[in-house]
Design a binder for this molecule. Sequence first.
Ligand code: 1GP
Length: 249
Amino acid sequence: LGKVESYIHEKLEREKLHFVLIDPDDVTPEVAGEMARMSEEVGVDAIMIGGSTGAEGEVLDGVVKAIKESSSLPTILFPGSHGGISKYADAIFFMSLLNSRNPFFITGSQALGAFTVKRYGIEPIPMAYLVVEPGETVGWVGDAKPIPRHKPKIAAAYALAGQYLGMRLVYLEAGSGAREPVPPEMISLVRRVIDVPLIVGGGIRTGEEARRAVEAGADIVVTGTAIEKAGSLEKAGEKLRELKRGIKG
Ligand code: 1GP
């Protein structure tokens, strides 16, 4: 395993993890750097960088560089397509949107980005990415057939298929800004069925919601909107501490 993936596994032996997602299309490099610095101070475990629209090129590079300069947390790309690769990041979730209707999001974009990842020496971490209702922007852009919220077994079947295909992480995604996060029943069935770490994100805004996801079986909780939309850096700090209490107890 690469450096970042080993770091994730070592930490998971002791505690549940909190990753903060920063969308380069929503924040300036300065704010992104500040968010990363604060995240590290509060005890966040890694910074994910990406988004469905506009998170590319100079905008993406500027944000990744600012984050690297302001914190020593691992930076993991969370790309919407092969456009979401930056040479300044440590690792990339090399993800396949398994329940997309469009092969571009399952293997096409991955093929277009593979040589770039190799050339830049970014650590690829193979991940099954599953979009659950409502799915929000990523569901629409990724042409997903979102997994119905009341059908945990479908999610578990896709998750296990992902593991059998060799993916070393499974991500259950309700979509950024979702009104409600992935249902606990779905998280717990997927957790029982797979052996690889389970990431859950989308619509988790409170410490209580984060705690529920962890109690249901999430190994890693991702939050983006709650911190980006906190209103001020001070409030973002409070929110980070609240989420931490929910995730790490
Ligand atoms: C989106 O799961 C992440 O890809 C985070 O979602 O912005 O709703 O926290 P939020």
